[in-house]
Write a new protein. Structure first.
Ligand code: FE
Length: 345
């Protein structure tokens, strides 16, 4: 009888200890992601990560990067977030300037990501490249009429340019890129004339500019290539038809190259799962993950040797901006100021 009681006691003790250990392990081995990228873009990557990291529970919250930055500032030490993923370098710089990121020393990240695609202070890392070239009407523009971003401000384009709002960070980064390459004085002139060339008030996203060209509202725009690639491969036949009416022009091939931006991430300063966060970032920079970025999302890889998707391959090769992209983040404030000064709504 006594033996039986001892056995039960031991069993209960063992169960309690084990389940405590198990629960502890369960709550500790997490990875919490704040993602400015939509979840359908990130989920294939998380699924692949989980294959080799079954013990890590990955939680993802999606939303707007700027709101996450505000939230992280408020949450401070109490935050559960380990990683912030964003779709552009301006937000990475903003998070960095708000002291939200932790410095990470990882040989894998350094080897996989060229230095121009990561922070000089090792606190944010580019994970995919997005190009923002000129997109034009195949019917109404001949390729030899096209030159450069500067040329879009020329008088021959009066009433022919469609642009999305300058409230959008992609165009803020484009203006910052122009400030870096032309200087402020020339960029002011460029903005002043470019806005005069607008065919309509800025409206909609990148896809809407392409659709506006297809429907004849305007002839030319600047947009990210993955939008065009996604339209060309879309199940929506109207989108597909619109996309077929435009073509890509790679501007500034002999000087400062095509404006590019980065999606990227940083590890949160108050992260409680830093090792998991580093592991995930290292995975995102791997060849396997990079192939998901190019194939599923139609972006360009940060790595050489990872080929673009079939659709993107058709767009051809180009010379891209070769400077450290962190510089763009530093000019965003001036870009926003100039956009409003010259009435780019
Ligand atoms: Fe986008």
């Amino acid at each position: 009888m006594i033996k039986k009681k001892v056995f039960i006691l031991l069993f209960v003790f063992f169960l309690a200890t084990f389940s405590f250990y198990f629960l502890e392990a369960k709550t500790e081995n997490e990875l919490n992601i704040y993602s400015g990228r939509k979840s359908f873009l990130i989920e294939p990557l998380i699924d692949e990560f989980k294959k080799n990291n079954k013990n890590i529970k990955v939680n993802i919250v999606t939303g707007k990067s700027d709101e996450f930055i505000e939230r992280l500032k408020l949450e401070g030490k109490n935050t559960k977030a380990d990683i912030l993923l964003t779709t552009d370098v301006a937000r990475l710089t903003r998070a960095k300037n708000n002291n939200l990121f932790k410095k990470i020393s990882s040989k894998i990240l350094k080897n996989n990501i060229p230095s121009k695609y990561r922070s000089k202070d090792d606190d944010w890392f580019g994970l995919s490249v997005r190009a923002r070239p000129i997109i034009y009407s195949k019917d109404r523009i001949k390729i030899n009429e096209l030159k450069s971003y500067e040329d879009l401000a020329g008088e021959k384009w009066r009433g022919r340019v469609c642009m999305r709002s300058s409230n959008n960070v992609y165009n803020q980064s484009l203006i910052a890129f122009m400030i870096i390459n032309l200087g402020e004085k020339k960029t002011k002139k460029w903005l002043d004339n470019l806005v005069k060339n607008f065919a309509r008030k800025p409206y909609g996203g990148d896809r809407d500019q392409i659709k506006a060209i297809a429907s004849g509202q305007c002839d030319i725009t600047v947009a990210n290539t993955y939008y065009l690639a996604n339209m060309l491969t879309s199940k929506n036949l109207k989108d597909q038809e619109a996309a077929k009416k435009v073509s890509i022009f790679w501007p500034n091939q002999d000087d400062f190259g095509v404006h590019i931006n980065l999606s990227g991430a940083g590890v949160i300063k108050n992260s409680k799962n830093t090792n998991n966060a580093i592991l995930f970032l290292e995975f995102l920079s791997s060849k396997k993950a990079q192939q998901i970025y190019t194939k599923k999302i139609n972006e360009y890889s940060i790595r050489t040797g990872v080929i673009p998707s079939e659709t993107v391959k058709e767009f051809g090769k180009f010379n891209a901006d070769n400077s450290n992209l962190g510089e763009i983040g530093k000019k965003i404030k001036s870009a926003i100021y100039l956009a409003s000064k010259y009435n780019w709504k």
